[in-house]
Design a binder for this molecule. Sequence first.
Ligand SMILES: O=C(CO)[C@@H](O)[C@H](O)COP(=O)(O)O
Ligand SMILES: [Fe+2]
Length: 227
Amino acid sequence: MTTPATAPAAAIHPSILNCDIAHLAEELARIEGADGVHVDVMDNHFVPNLSWGLPVVEAVVAHTSLPVDAHLMIEDPDRWGPAYAEAGCQIVTAHSEALVAPVRLARELHRLGAGAGIALRPSTPLEAVEDVLGEFDLLLIMTVEPGFGGQAFIESMLPKIERARRLVGRRGLELRIQVDGGISAGTIERAAQAGAEVFVAGSAVYGAQDALAAIEQLRALARAHAH
Ligand SMILES: O=C(CO)[C@@H](O)[C@H](O)COP(=O)(O)O
Ligand SMILES: [Fe+2]
């Protein structure tokens, strides 16, 4: 995966959750120029919504030149996670609340050539993953309750992002902080200021007439407030 030394300071990963899935290839073409594609996998158990699984993720990998970032909102990610690495995802992120053996999964993803991410629901404290962060490449701090696109950014997540940024600095971790949920031109500056570096944006990109212009605007705003 992209190492923190070469990764952009403000990376925009559009979420395809609410794109026109019947025209997946065209929808992916609209965002060529982003830094990655964020694919939300939901199983209707870990979250009250069902999206798609491996076959669709494989189709995304086949139809984009961008790195694919899989966000697994599923039960038993220990079992299913490696298949997403084998499918060609650059990074596979599992929820801490569902993981049984996070270190084992991170090492298996690395062995398969993918990066490993660990995600926190809004109610899960940073302390829940502090001890294992050294094994991961990405910390995903959810800024909405996982399950749906188009929700409002939860402002009270900002101090959590700030604490995560300080922890990364203090420990010298090679870990990028990703935020996901309600990221728009109105919220991205505060998330960047708090210390996030990878920004997932669904409705702000796919809801725009010109998706690339929206990506560029978000990137410019994040860069201007980057740490
Ligand atoms: O993981 C999720 C939701 O669970 C996200 O990736 C959303 O799909 C992002 O959509 P917006 O909040 O940007 O519309
Ligand atoms: Fe997501």
